[in-house]
Design a protein around this ligand. Structure first.
Ligand code: PLP
Length: 395
């Protein structure tokens, strides 16, 4: 099996599992209990919070809150901040956010909020001037993802935070950091970013655990009411094994960043160049600059993405068309549509996303197999004349 769908989810690191196992077996005490038996779980929480604080480059462990996933982190940030600022009814976000953000804003639109969706250029770069123009003193919240899940585009969130605060100091700035985590350095130190959400299963922790960084000065109401856990902002007995896991995964991801940005990037570039060179109907949807090192999005003109995925799957290759949350539908990706990717490539766009487990032989195999898959699929495409023209053009 060749797994090139690491933006959907990742393999749990063995070291992460090792840290988790005692808390699934013998060390099962509730970390809030007073007896000695609760000490190890309680210490595990402290260690993990420190590891995640360090990962965020945050000043204080009190700024780290554990959640169940990236979607919860986004909901906690957005709903929590808007609830604290009910007199302002304006939100700014981008057209290319993850559904966990876009659908949350849809629910606020239904409650009378005005939401501005900022456009991106044909290579996915955010229109920062447009964003700047939209900010007013009535803007309650701005949210921009750190890196895009489909194309890998990196947004300059540190710079955007400065723009937001200089135009409206009270506006809260939330960053969905789920796809940046473990791929690029993401320190909130010396920035004006208020909140950043991450999700453990995108960087080799298990599914079911995430985190939210909340700057000390930022006020939130809880999404889940109940006990005193997570300083009253996220009630519920802490998921000790998984929190210990995300802590360890954050530590490992931070130390693997140099490898991510050299070796993984090299393999990604090799895959991308190999496909673009050998497949005449392939075009790069991702930009060449400002991109996380593990992701490439390639459009195959005049063929169906689902058919490509099935042929890849027959060879044991896992890739994806769009985000995991939308890939069940036949709707073309909202991200690629926002970039104005031509309809000829929109339906046949495939995302390959690598990880530190990706081997050179995996990449060589995909480069070798892609031309014959495309040979089969272009033959059954209803667009024979267009394909012939394209072939002559690229020859
Ligand atoms: N944000 C982005 C950019 C994502 O890619 C994802 C998942 O793919 C999420 C948020 C949601 O994360 P989770 O699946 O942990 O809820």
């Amino acid at each position: 099996m060749i797994y090139l769908d690491n933006n959907a989810t990742t393999q749990v690191d063995k070291e992460v599992l090792k840290v988790m196992l005692p808390f699934l077996e013998e060390e099962y005490a509730n970390p809030s209990s007073m007896y000695d038996f609760a000490k190890k779980p309680s210490v595990a929480l402290k260690i993990a919070r420190e590891q995640v604080r360090d990962f965020y480059g945050a000043e204080d462990v009190k700024e780290v809150f554990f959640t169940s996933c990236g979607s919860e982190s986004a909901n906690m940030a957005i709903k929590g901040a808007l609830n604290c600022n009910k007199n302002k009814k304006h939100i700014i976000t981008t057209k290319v956010e993850h559904p966990c953000v876009l659908n949350t804003y849809k629910s606020f639109e239904n409650e009378g909020y005005k939401v501005d969706y900022i456009s991106v250029s044909s290579d996915g770069q955010l229109n920062i001037d447009e964003l700047k123009e939209k900010i007013t003193k009535n803007t309650a919240l701005v949210s921009v993802m750190w890196a895009n899940n489909e194309t890998g585009v990196i947004n300059p969130v540190e710079e955007i935070a400065e723009i937001v605060k200089s135009k409206s100091p009270e506006t809260v700035f939330f960053v969905d950091g789920v796809q940046a985590a473990g791929k690029i350095p993401m320190s909130v130190k010396d920035t004006q970013i208020d909140m950043v959400g991450i999700s453990g299963h995108k960087f080799h922790a298990p599914k079911g655990v995430g985190a939210l960084y909340v700057n000390k000065s930022c006020r939130l109401t809880p999404l889940i009411n109940g006990g005193h856990q997570e300083r009253g902002l996220r009630a519920g007995t802490e998921n000790v094994p998984y929190i210990a896991g995300i802590g360890k995964a954050a530590e490992l991801a931070k130390s693997a960043l140099p490898y991510e940005n050299s070796e993984i990037k090299r393999l990604r570039d090799k895959l991308e160049n190999g496909i673009l060179k050998n497949v005449f109907n392939a075009r790069l949807n991702s930009p060449l600059i400002n991109r996380v090192p593990n992701t490439t999005n390639i459009g195959f003109e005049y063929v169906e993405g689902e058919l490509i995925l099935l042929h890849l799957s027959d060879l044991g290759i896992c890739a994806s068309s769009g985000s995991a949350c939308t890939s069940g539908s036949l709707e073309p990706s909202h991200v690629l549509r926002a970039m104005g990717i031509p309809f000829t490539a929109l339906h046949g766009s495939i995302r390959f996303s690598l990880s530190r487990y990706t081997k050179e032989s995996d990449i060589d195999f995909v480069i070798e197999k892609m031309p014959s898959i495309m040979d089969k699929l272009t033959k059954i495409s209803p667009f024979q004349d267009e394909l012939m023209k394209l072939k002559n053009l690229r020859r």
